[in-house]
Design a protein around this ligand. Sequence first.
Ligand SMILES: *Cc1c(COP(=O)(O)O)cnc(C)c1O
Ligand code: SF4
Length: 340
Amino acid sequence: MITASVHPRHLEPRTWQQELAEAITRPEELAAALGLSPTALAGAEEAGRHFRLQVPRSFVSRMRPGDPRDPLLLQVLPDAAELADEAGYGADPVGESGALRAPGLLQKYRGRALLITTPACAVHCRYCFRREFPYAQRNGEVPRWGEALAEIAADSSLEEILLSGGDPLSLSNARLESLTRALAAIPHVRRIRVHTRQPVVLPSRVDEGLSRWLRGSALPIVFVLHINHPHELDAELAAACARLKATGVTLLNQSVLLAGVNDETEVLSQLSLRLFEAGVLPYYLHALDPVKGAAHFRVPDERARTIAGELAARLPGYLVPRLVREVAGAPAKVALGALF
Ligand SMILES: *Cc1c(COP(=O)(O)O)cnc(C)c1O
Ligand code: SF4
């Protein structure tokens, strides 16, 4: 007999909200899930106090059990090295405070402006360049975009609006729909771009409601995913990419070049090939932004250029991401080039 207490909850598909609520936030829990000794996590407690550990179980399931150097684990596990003060590594590494046009609206480049839609992310990436960003709204307050929308409407040079954050897909489908409807009502806005890592760490986020929103958009939408390592792109994520692609959006990927995670030509080459199989083209390979707490992920420029050269020598041009750095005040992302 089935009683209320053994309701077969496991037979129903989990919603992304349920999965998010069950994300791992305690280092001991992550150690237990991966069969790691707690000593492998020395320093995680203290390093995570300021910017806490958060990782959905779906992403954890793609890590190799028992490997403290797993490339996915290193992206999310707080590390004592974050506590060291490094010259040149600050709270605003790419000059965003000087690029604010309205609350939550940043413009650095011609024709494009970026909307900080929410401070929330499903995963906390240790190298995140906005880990110190002074988000105005906290604690689940409903964000207000009125001033930003008015600013966009008043400037006919703004043809493309980027939804960023935080992770824009932390918002409900209804909020996303109403935001993009408001943008589409501005005649000079021609394209919408969504920068998100949420489908990567929580593929269930690409649900029917999300697809409906995308299919119903009056404007073309470009998705820029954020995948750093081929192990992230498993069958579950590939299926989520296929659902996204079926809505007609353009799918691109950006990665951050991270020491110990993906600073090998072979790894990035595999990533490009898997992205292609999943219907995604590589866009940018970003040099690390010098944010406080992330210096241990730095890859020397010379090494970055060598990797870029080896990728170019191995892959078709359309599978080679552009190696770039964000430089405060520059009119575009700055190409670092390739060494052959
Ligand atoms: C990176 C970025 C963009 C997008 O630049 P693209 O080269 O078009 O991808 C736009 N606005 C801001 C503020 C950015 O940081
Ligand atoms: S998902 Fe993106 S914005 Fe969020 S912590 Fe990671 S890098 Fe930063």
